[in-house]
Write a protein that binds this ligand. Structure first.
Ligand SMILES: Cc1cc2nc3c(=O)[nH]c(=O)nc-3n(C[C@H](O)[C@H](O)[C@H](O)COP(=O)(O)O)c2cc1C
Length: 181
């Protein structure tokens, strides 16, 4: 995949489409010892907090990935071309506890530029993050009572803010300045 480093100020993404319908693979752990796990995510955000560019992800405590993102300091978010939809579906419905997702999907983990968590060779976008904040959603703070409906098992998400240390993507993720007339 023909990716290049993109400064965060030049990063351009259709965020609602990217998160809501195209999805990411969230990968936490360390590439070198092969201690990592990946899962599909569709809920999250990008923005600025504490003067830092961040990616925010939410992980339910029952996910195998939860143990990795709790233990290790870094994670990546990877977006893929449409032909990898089947792989994303697989990683979002099977657990790394039961299957080898890398083997079953044929995806190729690769070392990241700045963090220990790996990305994937086939990704068209790799965002590398360093954890800077974690919390657990507190149902007492759900102002919209309908949110509770997402948690019939009371397995409230852990929320992680990761400072974005590197963005590598294909050209469509680079914001093109339009020339003023
Ligand atoms: C489209 C899609 C989006 C998902 N988004 C999330 C998410 O944002 N947070 C979460 O905790 N689980 C999410 N899941 C569920 C996990 O990806 C799924 O439970 C996965 O099998 C967990 O794998 P693991 O046990 O190896 O960590 C999503 C699943 C799909 C199919």
């Amino acid at each position: 995949m023909n990716r290049s480093e993109i400064p965060f100020e030049k990063f351009s993404s259709q965020v609602f489409k990217s998160w809501g319908s195209e999805w990411f693979l969230l990968t936490a752990g360390r590439f070198k010892p092969g201690k990592f796990n990946t899962m599909t995510v569709a809920w999250g955000s990008f923005g600025i907090m504490w003067q830092k560019p961040f990616a925010m992800v939410v992980v339910r405590p029952g996910r195998h990935t939860h143990a990795f993102i709790e233990k290790f300091d870094t994670f990546t978010l990877c977006a893929f071309p449409p032909e990898y939809r089947k792989a994303l579906n697989y990683c979002g419905t099977k657990s790394g506890r039961d299957v080898d997702k890398v083997k079953e999907t044929g995806l190729t983990p690769i070392a990241s530029e700045k963090v220990e968590a790996p990305g994937f060779k086939e990704a068209e976008l790799i965002i590398e993050c360093q954890k800077i904040y974690r919390d657990v959603f507190n149902p007492k703070n759900f102002i919209d009572a309908s949110i509770e409906g997402n948690y019939p098992d009371k397995d409230y998400h852990s929320v992680y803010f990761g400072e974005i240390l590197s963005i590598n993507g294909v050209d469509k993720y680079i914001h093109e300045e339009k020339e003023e007339n």
